[in-house]
Design a protein. Structure first.
Length: 153
């Protein structure tokens, strides 16, 4: 595992003390939670729905690995979420944005701490952000994802 993470910090550049700040051009937004993994996973779907998003899929990656004979001893889950009106607007303006959609929210543990995060849409869409409307939608999507993460932490 250490070889995979060599050359970068375990949680990206913005994981300092669970601050949730977005550092420079970091692709990730990560925060440490005061809750357990199970509590965050339980709380996530209602918060997502209350803020106008839907959960398209939820995969408990840690459980899947253990079920298939792996000895992964941390918890890790991924939620694919989206907001239909934002998805439609973004895909209409920039069809290639489907490479970054739906948005993934991750909940995982590392050394006894629970973390939540996502990849920032404004970092994923690259050249597409030259279109002002795409940029506005990406910023709105990112702000709402950060709100979901911060409410669940």
């Amino acid at each position: 595992m250490a070889a995979i993470l060599s050359g970068r910090r375990p949680f990206g550049d913005n994981a300092g003390a669970g601050s949730g700040r977005i550092a420079g051009e970091s692709v990730e937004y990560l925060v440490e939670s005061s809750k357990s993994f199970s509590e965050v996973v339980f709380d996530l779907t209602p918060v997502v729905q209350r803020l106008g998003f839907v959960v398209f899929h939820h995969e408990d990656l840690g459980e899947s690995l253990r079920r298939h004979g792996g000895d992964y001893d941390e918890d890790s889950a991924v939620f694919l979420i989206g907001n239909y009106s934002l998805l439609e607007a973004l895909l209409s303006l920039a069809p290639v944005s489907c490479l970054a959609l739906p948005t993934r929210l991750a909940v995982f543990t590392r050394n006894g701490a629970t973390w939540l995060g996502c990849q920032r849409p404004t970092a994923q869409l690259g050249e597409q952000l030259q279109d002002v409307m795409v940029l506005r939608i990406a910023v709105e999507l990112e702000e709402r994802l950060i709100q979901i993460i911060n409410e669940c932490r």
